[in-house]
Design a protein around this ligand. Sequence first.
Ligand SMILES: Nc1ncnc2c1ncn2[C@@H]1O[C@H](COP(=O)(O)OP(=O)(O)OP(=O)(O)O)[C@@H](O)[C@H]1O
Length: 550
Amino acid sequence: MARQQLSWPTMARRLLGMTRPLVKTMGVAITAGSLGHLAAIAIPTLGAWALVAVVQGQGPSLGALAAGFIALGLLRALLHYIEQLANHDMAFRILAVIRDRVFKALRRQAPAGLDKHDSGTLVSVITNDIELLEVFYAHTISPVAIAVIVCTAMTLFFASFHWAYALLALAIYLLLAIAIPIITAKLGRDPGRQQRGDLSRLNNILLDSFRGIRECVQFGQQESRRSLLAGAGDRLARSVWQLQKTESFNRCLSLGLILLSYGAFWALAGYLYRAGLVDWGQVVIPAVAFMSAFGPVLALANLANNLLLTFASGERVLAVLDDLPETEEVSGDNIYEFDKLTMDNLSFSYDGQPVLKDWQLSLNANEIVGLTGPSGCGKSTALKLLMRFYDPSQGAVTLNGQDLRTVDSAALRRMESYMTQETHLFNDSLLENVRLANLDASDEMVYAACRKARIHDVIMAFPEGYATGAGRLGNRLSAGERQRIGLARAFLHEGAVALFDEPTANLDSLNEGMILKAIREEGAKRAVMIVSHRPSTLRIADRLIEVDTD
Ligand SMILES: Nc1ncnc2c1ncn2[C@@H]1O[C@H](COP(=O)(O)OP(=O)(O)OP(=O)(O)O)[C@@H](O)[C@H]1O
């Protein structure tokens, strides 16, 4: 992930940009929220006004007053409901859009781009980080607008009694809504990032430990693993604690300021009264309104607390969206015939680390080419370049003479199948696990591919046969059996080119012989490249390429 550190305004602008299609819903939330807060402030203010009026002998009837309170209360409830509904409707719609964009970005980057990420971080981004953006969409945008509207309305209301009230209120609002969030943001930004980072580190260690549980047991590493987990848990607890301290400080600061402002308002009102600038009704009514009007601005002051985590998450989500794929998808014409795949003077580096240098290689229709060489010399990397998971740093891979960088990506995937050293089984039936190599294949075609890969009898021995769920089998399939499922997929794929990376590494000599015979038969209708260290496997090759690292 591009670990960019975005400024809060940049991030807010980018996250805000995603709300454009839902601007009407946001308008409803802001209108309902502003009116709802004004209705809430009007309840105690109406009480104060009635009190003053009664003392002056011209109060409203009790019935009218009660009706006013009830109407304002109901209005407040209804408007609050509408505000929350609109905000959450908008937030969850936007989260769906962001999730979709993140998955699209991951698809664009897969498979090569994803090698750079650890799966724990990606899982955190896809789940927790996106969820946390809800705070921004449901509890940040409209509260800011609502606070601006309500504070402006209240400042004007106070000015109608005396300009000094308005000035004091405005100063307090600005301190609460701007100064305190800025202080909190400064203090809490690093702890926020730290907390998100520590959480994904903990996820990584957990996933890693699950995957390596057998090695832990075999090599007696349970205790060291436990202390690694405990250490990550402690680090997370410390960063959460640090964040909590910032939040508590923020709350103390805002509540302290509000209490001080009560005193300041009463002192100002007392001064104005003694100076004969206001009557006592103009003391009580604005003072009660002042004390009741902090809801929206307090929400704004507390917002910085929530935004610390939300923006740390936003940074990670945007980093996934901004990550560039290793290779750009190309859309062009379909390719119907396969003639030749070549590497011309090709060099390739992983992040500046050279792996392949001046490679020359060709694979013709209906031939089997063996590729061998010392471990780490770049054989698997060469297959990935033939699949265009990566583009070369120098030179080119060409298909029928055309640079792979200009070949239609979907057509290329239809033309080439690639069996890797590890076969991943999805949590689906074995039938579907094989069929994913060719979704149009009938059940009979899947069985035939499995027979060729010498896995049919193994599958049929399970009580549910091909319907057996791969997830339920857990680790029951041996490495060789998994590998043969990978082979069955390669046989089922109808592309003109089949690339095999160590297809017989986990097989006994009997199975190896049978599978090589099947691959040999494939070679009659497809171009096959086999990467292997085994001379017995390479014997079926028409041509052998030996990589020389000197
Ligand atoms: N995604 C990657 N990022 C960085 N380096 C990588 C990556 N994949 C492989 N390498 C490095 O590139 C080199 C070539 O790896 P590759 O897997 O292509 O070798 P190989 O010849 O297939 O090895 P083996 O015979 O052991 O399978 C190795 O040094 C490996 O560590």
